[in-house]
Write a protein that binds this ligand. Structure first.
Ligand code: GLP
Length: 261
């Protein structure tokens, strides 16, 4: 695991975006795992800058979103389908119909969730998965006690997650109680994982995920099982890391040939 501590949230976005850009530059048809929430906004902004500068193109790339609420049609702005369309598909120029969402409106949610995992496999698997993290350690919507072997499935949102996400809805009552999320086992099958976290509210979750014991109570700790993980955090999100000095030393001494531009 590479842990990169950066001075500002914008730097976090830029460094994480460089990682995604290097994958797409090598493989224009790459499959990108897409996260929603505030955390990856800086990544998408920096990737858009690179697209506008014609450094990279997502026209041939494909995308699979991490999660979606159950019971919200795709049109309202709070659905993750809207967020992905607005923040990712449009600005980055993904080709039409090349980005898929879990179906939170299916008559048979379980069947649709299984089919989503199958579609990821049929696309050749995710080349690079973008991740944020919840203050309770969730990734995607895999709430504490999610199995490390879990697949895409229906989950009940923790009350604290509903409260955290109420800012995107008219009121807390309007936040769905359920979601469909890629499982931790699904996420771990991506070839590369890039997790970003900013702000002191994420400091405990970041430290527990990176330095704590493997525990389903901290879903982010599943990342320790993966061979290729980059965790990019700002100083505030890094404030609970015990070995911050070592991570800074390692990054400062990283050979140029291993750096993304
Ligand atoms: C949300 C999303 C996650 C996201 C996390 C943190 O509920 N389902 O994909 O990483 O919680 O959100 P934010 O980045 O807005 O803090």
């Amino acid at each position: 695991m590479e842990i990169i501590i950066l001075s500002t949230p914008a730097e976090v976005g830029r460094v994480a975006a460089a990682k995604i850009a290097s994958v797409v530059a090598k493989k224009p048809s790459a499959v990108i795992g897409l996260a929603t929430g505030s955390s990856p906004q800086g990544i998408y902004a920096d990737l858009q800058r690179r697209v506008d500068a014609r450094e990279i193109s997502f026209a041939q790339a494909r995308g699979f979103a991490l999660d979606e609420y159950v019971g919200i049609p795709p049109e309202p702005p709070e659905s993750y389908a809207s967020v992905i369309a607005r923040d990712v598909v449009g600005p980055l120029g993904f080709g039409p119909s090349r980005v898929r969402m879990p179906d939170g409106l299916a008559d048979d949610l379980e069947f649709a969730a299984n089919e989503y995992d199958a579609a990821i496999r049929a696309a050749g698997g995710v080349d690079v998965q973008i991740l944020g993290i919840g203050a309770n350690g969730h990734i995607g919507f895999n709430e504490p006690t999610s199995s490390f072997a879990s697949r895409t499935r229906i989950k009940t949102l923790a009350p604290s997650t509903r409260e955290a996400n109420a800012r995107f809805f008219d009121s807390l009552d309007r936040v769905p109680t359920h979601c469909v999320t890629q499982g931790l086992g699904t996420i771990l099958e991506a070839r590369e994982l890039v997790l970003v976290a900013q702000g002191s509210a994420k400091a405990d979750a970041a430290a527990a995920s990176v330095e704590g014991p493997l525990s389903s109570f901290v879903p982010g700790s599943a990342l320790q099982l993966h061979e290729h993980v980059t965790v990019a955090v700002d100083e505030a999100a890094a404030s609970k890391l015990k070995h911050a000095d070592y991570y800074k030393y390692t990054y400062a001494n990283k050979p140029n040939r291993q750096r993304n531009q």
